[in-house]
Design a protein. Structure first.
Length: 184
């Protein structure tokens, strides 16, 4: 049977051009093409357009979100820069206030130290004056006793009268002080 088919085809093929197909092949190919075209036109293209529209909307949404995020980032950067400038200004003010407070504390400490030094100096002067007076009284007493003993030895009599002894001692000390002042 195959032989008969090949023989029939060979007999028919002698009249036709081998590049042009037979009319029944053209018709069936056209029918298949139209069916495929309708299926693609009615089913595949709407789904493809829907998919492309969704992708386009998603891309546009992402672009809008990216723009919004960029605007928020720029706003946050501006806010950060503003806060940083405020913080630097505030830090400068705090440093300046601390310097002023330090100067005040140093001045107060100097005043306190000066006042304390003046108080200590005054107390030392008064203590020295008191000790000088005590030493002077003690010295007068001892010098007086020695002077009376010496005067008694020179005069040859004892000076037992207190009033007279005191007068002699005072006169002796006054002469001694006068001679010291004249030497200076």
């Amino acid at each position: 049977m195959l032989n008969a088919l090949v023989t029939n085809l060979a007999a028919e093929g002698e009249n036709q051009n081998p590049l042009i197909p037979a009319w029944y092949d053209i018709i069936w190919s056209a029918v298949c093409f139209i069916v495929i075209l309708v299926v693609v036109w009615r089913v595949a293209l709407p789904k493809l357009y829907e998919l492309l529209d969704k992708r386009s909307a998603a891309i546009e949404g992402n672009i809008a979100k990216a723009d919004e995020a960029q605007k928020q980032a720029e706003a946050a950067l501006e806010e950060y820069t503003r806060q940083l400038a405020e913080a630097r200004t505030e830090a400068g003010e705090i440093r300046e206030a601390a310097r002023e407070d330090g100067k005040k504390i140093v001045a107060e400490a100097k005043e306190t130290a000066t006042a304390e030094a003046a108080r200590v100096t005054a107390a030392a002067h008064s203590q020295i004056e008191a000790e000088r007076q005590t030493a002077l009284v003690s010295l007068r007493s001892e010098v007086g006793t020695l002077a009376i003993d010496l005067a008694g030895g020179v005069v040859g009599e004892t000076l037992s009268d207190d009033a007279r002894a005191t007068a002699v001692v005072d006169r002796f000390l006054a002469d001694l002080e006068a001679s010291e002042k004249a030497a200076q």
